[in-house]
Design a protein around this ligand. Structure first.
Ligand code: DX5
Ligand code: ZN
Length: 214
């Protein structure tokens, strides 16, 4: 991605009102966001449970926006087909969660989705190096994956700067991104800002999204 492109904003529905998901998504779409970020957790890779492909399928009917599905689950290769059928555009898996990383990325690509990889704060960004040319998105976690509403870990931005020099695809930053931290995330070279609390936790979502763009 060129650094000249405007940053994309991807609200994470983890902080939305799940009983009104269609309306919540319509609200951020009207508010000018670019991508819908969906956090899938299995209660094993991370200590929390969220939702799966059936919910993604329902969301797909409510929006034209690209959906970026962040899988925080063990052995995500098992669910690649399900998420494709549900209408996922970008499928992101964790480097720590796959026994067969090249096979998992292959399966995502062959299913017709864009390949994404994420890493926990404690994982070195060099772990992604062998896969960079097979990836279209890297999702840098700036909180420990599992929950919304945590504090931003600024030291993780070093990974964004490292990637910016070596990686041609999109760099996304996820966790604790808000009106205060967004500036340093953009400056580090991120293409996409994921934000849950900082968008869905606000009454005026359009203003929240503008605030993240800077
Ligand atoms: C955390 C998720 C994030 C989360 C971000 O594991 O991957 O997408 O929703 O939430 P905030 O923006 O509230 O930190
Ligand atoms: Zn996420």
């Amino acid at each position: 991605m060129s650094e000249m492109q405007p940053v994309k904003i991807a609200p994470s529905i983890l902080s939305a009102d799940f009983s009104n998901l269609g309306r919540e998504i319509a609200d951020v779409e009207r508010g000018g966001c670019d991508v819908i970020h969906v956090d899938v957790m299995d209660g094993h890779f991370v200590p929390n449970l969220t939702l799966g492909a059936p919910v993604v399928k329902s969301i797909r009917k409510t929006t034209q926006l690209p959906m970026d599905v962040h899988l925080m689950i063990d052995e995500p290769i098992r669910f690649v087909e399900d998420f494709k059928k549900a209408g996922t555009d970008w499928l992101t898996v964790h480097v720590e969660a796959c026994r067969d990383l090249p096979g998992t990325l292959d399966a995502i690509r062959k299913a017709g989705m864009k390949t994404g990889m994420s890493l926990r704060p404690g994982t070195s960004v060099e772990a992604l190096e062998p896969y960079l040319d097979q990836l279209e998105l890297v999702l840098v976690m700036t909180v420990e994956p599992g929950f919304g509403g945590q504090s931003f870990m600024a030291d993780q931005l070093e990974k964004v700067r490292w990637l910016r020099k070596r990686f041609q695809g999109m760099i996304s930053v996820d966790g604790g991104v808000n009106a205060q931290t967004a500036h340093e995330v953009r400056t580090a070279g991120a293409d996409i800002l994921v934000a849950g609390t900082a968008v869905f936790g606000q009454t005026d979502r359009a203003a929240a999204i503008r605030g993240l763009r800077g």
